[in-house]
Design a protein around this ligand. Structure first.
Ligand code: HEM
Length: 415
């Protein structure tokens, strides 16, 4: 058996059983080969907390996986994907210091505690309206009826776009996710993502122009006004950042709520505890992030030859830092497969180091209000229907649909 064949036995992100439950494969890799060459991904998969956390801040690794990808394209393919590549190379998440440092300082202007706080009443209103729509039915698809429209609507509020545009946002995000979130090449995805990138860029160019002409009071205005040592964000950076916010803040939060509610339903004692003591909610959200977080893999490129956990990594090779595997590492979290709402341990679900999630306070706020109001207004809830089907992307972990039932209540009641 070759090394590559042995590798596919430990982790194959295309295997339906692994897609449904990657944690047994994560444990196997952590125990047997914490730096594991994965042939289908053509990269090293790292699963232990001890390596994943420091590597997220290690300057020997680059977050720019767009330039090597673009360089590997044939000239005609590159021309077809030019707008997509141009936009992605401006996304903070793919930019290395020192450019990243400048960009990040400017982006921080849009995510001050005041900026997040001013969203709280709006988040609560959206949550209650979504619950109103289903409260008298006694059942819903937690993803389609609730966990998806909530962050999409909040993003629309955040960037001052009409709520009616959220279907457009979904289509664009799905088209981009097929490319950005998928490490295994699938035919046609690059072309679809390139079209979405052009459409999104056009949409946000218009939005930024409108806001320059008539300033409002949202994150786009904050980003337009932001000034740092290197000046303001350029027009292209403003557009790319708007698209990044739409993309990064949207499905991730959907899956935090979906996976979090699933974890509660699998642990009824924890759900009862949380219903009785809503003040535990902030810790419970941290545990949802740790236990089955929405972002599984963070990708980096080795800038130089190096050795990690006795494995040689060559310059230019890809590393997949599996935060969900590190978040279940028994060396960092006692009894890691247990879901405990009172656990108090910082986890890696929002990353670590220079690229630490900018939207973490907003995602926490949304999840806290969403789960609190679901339990208060619809509890006790239960899962119905067949086992949920999971999305087959390497990067995001989340369900396509999740049917739940609850005691029907008059639509207008707000306990
Ligand atoms: C539960 C929800 C979320 C999770 C689990 C999550 C996770 C992450 C992670 C792991 C990173 C680091 C990526 C890396 O190191 O390569 C990141 C970066 C980022 N996230 Fe989030 N995110 C969430 C929600 C949001 C929201 C709501 C927003 C904004 C509206 C957002 C905006 C960003 C941005 C702009 C970055 C790039 C930061 C940088 O590179 O400096 N995220 N996120």
């Amino acid at each position: 058996m070759t090394g590559a064949e042995a590798a596919t036995l430990l982790y194959d992100p295309r295997d339906p059983a692994t897609i449904a439950d990657p944690y047994p494969a994560f444990r196997l890799m952590r125990e047997r080969e914490p730096v594991h060459w994965c042939a289908p991904l053509r990269g090293h998969v790292l699963t232990r907390y001890a390596e994943v956390r420091p590597l997220l801040g290690d300057p020997r690794l680059s977050a720019d996986r767009i330039t090597p990808f673009a360089n590997a394209l044939k000239p005609e393919e590159r021309r077809g994907a030019a707008a997509l590549i141009d936009m992605l190379t401006r996304w903070a998440v793919f930019v290395d210091p020192p450019d990243h440092t400048r960009l990040r300082r400017l982006l921080n202007a849009g995510f001050t505690p005041r900026a997040v706080e001013r969203l709280a009443p709006g988040v609560r209103l959206v949550v209650d309206r979504l619950i109103d729509k289903v409260a008298d039915q006694g059942r819903m698809d937690l993803i389609g009826d609730f966990a998806y429209p909530l962050p999409a609507t909040v993003i629309a509020i955040l960037i001052g776009a009409p709520a009616a545009d959220i279907d457009l946002f979904k289509k664009w995000s799905d088209d981009l996710a097929g490319f950005v979130g998928s490490a295994v090449a699938r035919p046609g995805r690059r072309e679809t993502a390139a079209r979405a990138a052009c459409d999104m860029a056009g949409y946000f160019r218009d939005l930024v122009a409108e806001r320059r002409a008539k300033p409002g009071d949202d994150i786009i205005d904050d980003l337009i006004a932001a000034r740092g040592a290197g000046g303001a964000l350029t027009e292209d950076e403003l557009v790319a950042t708007s698209v990044l916010l739409l993309f990064a803040g949207h499905e991730t939060t959907t899956h935090l709520i979906g996976n979090g509610v699933l974890a509660l339903l699998k642990h009824p004692r924890e759900m009862a505890k949380l219903s009785a003591k809503p003040e535990l909610m902030p810790r419970a959200v941290e545990e949802m992030l740790r236990y089955d977080g929405p972002v599984m893999a963070l990708t980096r490129v080795a800038r130089e030859d190096m050795e990690i956990a006795c494995k040689r990594i060559g310059a230019g090779e890809l590393l997949f830092l599996m935060v969900n595997a590190a978040n279940r590492d028994p060396a960092a979290f006692p009894d890691p497969d247990a879901f405990r709402t009172e656990r108090d341990a910082p986890n890696l679900a929002f990353g670590f180091g220079p690229h630490y999630c900018l939207g973490a306070p907003l995602a926490r706020l949304e999840a806290k209000i969403a789960v609190e109001r679901l339990l208060a207004r619809l509890g006790p809830i239960e899962a119905t229907g067949p086992a949920p089907e999971w999305q087959d992307t390497l990067v995001l972990r989340g369900m396509k649909e999740f049917r739940i039932a609850f005691r029907p209540a008059p639509a207008a009641s707000k306990s």
